[in-house]
Design a protein around this ligand. Sequence first.
Ligand code: NAP
Length: 322
Amino acid sequence: MKHLSLSPDDRVLVLGATGFIGSRLIRELAQKNIRMRLLVRNASKASALVPKKADAEIIEGDILKNINLQQALKGIHSAYYLVHSMGGKLLSQQSDFAEKDKQAARNFVSAADASGLKRVIYLGGLGETGDNLSEHLRSRLDVAKILSEGKAKETFLRAAVIIGAGGASFEMLRYLVERLPVMTAPQWIDTRIQPIAVQDVLAYLAGCLLDPETAGRTFDICGHEVLTYREMMEQYAEARQIAKRFIVTVPFLTPKLSSYWVDLITPVPAGVAHPLIEGLKNEVVCRDSSIDEFVPIQKTSFQDAVKLAFSEETTGPGVTGF
Ligand SMILES: NC(=O)c1ccc[n+]([C@@H]2O[C@H](COP(=O)([O-])OP(=O)(O)OC[C@H]3O[C@@H](n4cnc5c(N)ncnc54)[C@H](OP(=O)(O)O)[C@@H]3O)[C@@H](O)[C@H]2O)c1
């Protein structure tokens, strides 16, 4: 177990450092004086996000194209895997994201095995296995499985919707509620979800790095409240002190139609919205609370998470990437 403990001289690789989670995580790690290396596709985008006093090396590369992965992993003790390929403005651009994500994970595992990496911490999605799982949630599980097959011990954190400024799921919710006092919605808005504040996700990510006992384990991470998407919209309006929203469900709104609708109303493009909306047919709630034994935290309520997301806009990075 000793070799899994991080020492002060060790450097931690962050993959996805320019993203919603990664950009916040590098600030969290900098505060804890953890030495970092970032593998990013755009070095100037990354250097703007790194806190001034952080000890962070930046390497430009690409996981999917296998550019500079081996160089980035050289001498690294632990890595965060916070990457996915979902995106694109158009629906047609996101059709092969699952295959790309598997390939990127395979590239990572073969470079990590050669480098002697000890640990990898992956943030993926909640959702039960089975035929009914959406392509997006299945892809998160596939990546976790590929990472678990490498020599480095994986810690797999499974989260549902993460509440924080710039997160794709949160921005979809935010703009739908802010812009539509009355809305028609598909039946998925009554699916149960257990959201989590981005601040709590960061506490779990950092806590797992500092506790070697979490290596080789899977944890569900969630806030306290299980809410339907409808209830999340209602509570969002309450937290923002805006008038009650009226939501009418209609049977004919398919995920495809809904994603065009989201594209029109919100800054989230259809290519990002479609896999997320498809995922909303699956219940995503925590089945296991064993993370509390390792990283006990004071959980943020849903409404406080919404308020924090708004305060973050003026004080934080507010990365959207859209
Ligand atoms: N957001 C949520 O609500 C949520 C909920 C549950 C789980 N998660 C999981 O959390 C993880 C991080 O999600 P996120 O919301 O932070 O995503 P995000 O904001 O879209 O960030 C994705 C990151 O991956 C990088 N990336 C993509 N392809 C790459 C490649 N080929 N080479 C190098 N870097 C690449 C992107 O870099 P560029 O800046 O160059 O594009 C970006 O930094 C994902 O596994 C996601 O499934 C997120």
